[in-house]
Design a protein around this ligand. Structure first.
Ligand SMILES: *Cc1c(COP(=O)(O)O)cnc(C)c1O
Length: 367
């Protein structure tokens, strides 16, 4: 049979590999999903109540402009309302940026390894991906990225803290980068994990974008705010960029429930930030415990840690899986583990300690 004719660009698109859940088991061991950087805490009771209440309204379309949510975000970030756009997750905004700026013949620059949606959405747009290797310390090599910008570059993604290595770009590095990149190239600062950052030198998109009409700050309710299942993300930028986002948006994308829950989360931010603080404490303990066990763990400013295990990655992920922890493996490169429930974090240290004793790194010095 003749298959439907699709755009040739689709053939080259890698499929998005979502973090897997733990394998079901019958030995009674409690299992944990620490593969998708989700927040282990359930939504706050007040937010759950709003979700239940708004369920009664879903016979109606949502407000297509998400006005209440946009106003709440503008208020929260202390920016004008016309500097805010929302969508079904920050990843939807990434796709919109690609639609709005790039097509066949254009280039999209990002660091690698970084967020795995970047190469996929670049390929969907038909543009060419320019992946610039991370520096030795697993942070963005911004001078190399600036050097990779050509007159075909339309879009640059800078992910800070970087998924999956947890490293940040410093404010000074960001400013030097912005000074080096042509003003007509859109730069996205993906701050999906910024609420978990404790590095005072880390780049701060909100205070930087006012002076840079080509800079966008990208954020999400999926990670620190614990609403991954509802799909809400937002962008902060100057009005021409926001208008481009609104033009490329899926109509009525953000649901009635998602708009209300995200708005309520911002109002309840103190309790949420307490949880973030607790997760940062757990990250500290986890990093210290893993380093004590002999692992080289980069300092993470996000809600996950990175093990650069090279060719031992898959075997480590397998051992974690057998012990009831579903982690995210990047075969041949490393393993990313989310800071999860305290029991999951403790178990990870135990697993890693035993594994390191039984199967230490070979002469190649990996990890
Ligand atoms: C999780 C993540 C996002 C977006 O998440 P959404 O759930 O689509 O809001 C964006 N960027 C990075 C780097 C992420 O890890």
């Amino acid at each position: 049979m003749t298959a439907p004719r699709l755009r040739p660009a689709l053939a080259a698109i890698p499929t998005y590999k979502a973090g897997k859940g733990p394998t079901r088991r019958d030995d009674g061991l409690v299992t944990y999903k620490v593969s998708s950087n989700e927040n282990p805490y359930p939504p706050l009771p007040r937010v759950q109540q709003v979700i239940t209440e708004t369920a009664a309204l879903v016979n109606r379309y949502p407000d297509p402009a998400s006005q209440e949510l946009v106003a709440a975000i503008a208020d929260y970030c202390a920016v004008p309302g016309d500097h805010v756009a929302v969508a079904t997750g920050a990843v939807a905004l990434c796709y919109q940026f690609a639609h709005a700026t790039a097509g066949p013949g254009d280039e999209v620059v990002f660091a690698w390894r970084s967020f795995e949606a970047y190469p996929i959405l670049t390929a969907v747009s038909g543009a060419t991906a320019v992946a610039v290797p991370l520096a030795e310390d697993l942070s963005h090599d911004l001078p190399a990225m600036a050097a990779a910008v050509t007159d075909r570059t339309r879009l640059v993604f800078v992910c800070s803290p970087n998924n999956p290595t947890g490293t940040v770009v410093s404010q000074q590095q960001l400013e030097e980068f912005l000074a080096a990149v042509p003003k007509d190239v859109l730069v996205i600062l993906d701050e999906a994990y910024i609420e978990f950052n404790s590095d005072p030198n880390a780049a701060q998109g909100l205070s930087t974008y006012p002076d840079h009409p080509n800079l966008v700050v990208l954020r999400t309710f999926s990670k620190a705010y614990g609403l991954a299942g509802l799909r809400v993300g937002y962008a902060i930028a100057h009005p021409p960029v926001i208008e481009a986002l609104n033009k490329t948006a899926l109509p009525f994308g953000v649901s009635v429930i998602a708009q209300a829950a995200a708005t309520a989360s911002l109002a309840d931010d103190v309790e949420l930030l307490d949880r973030v603080r607790a997760l940062k404490g757990q990250r500290r303990d986890l990093t210290d415990g893993l380093r004590a066990a002999g692992f080289e763990i980069p300092e993470s400013q996000a809600n996950f840690v990175w093990f650069g295990l090279g060719n031992r990655s898959s075997s480590f992920a397998q051992v974690c899986e057998e012990a009831g922890l579903a982690v995210r493996v990047f075969p041949g490169e490393g393993v990313r583990v989310t800071v999860g429930e305290p029991e999951a974090n403790d178990r990870l240290i135990d697993i890693a300690t035993v594994w390191e004793q039984e199967d230490p790194a070979d002469e190649s010095g990996l990890h």
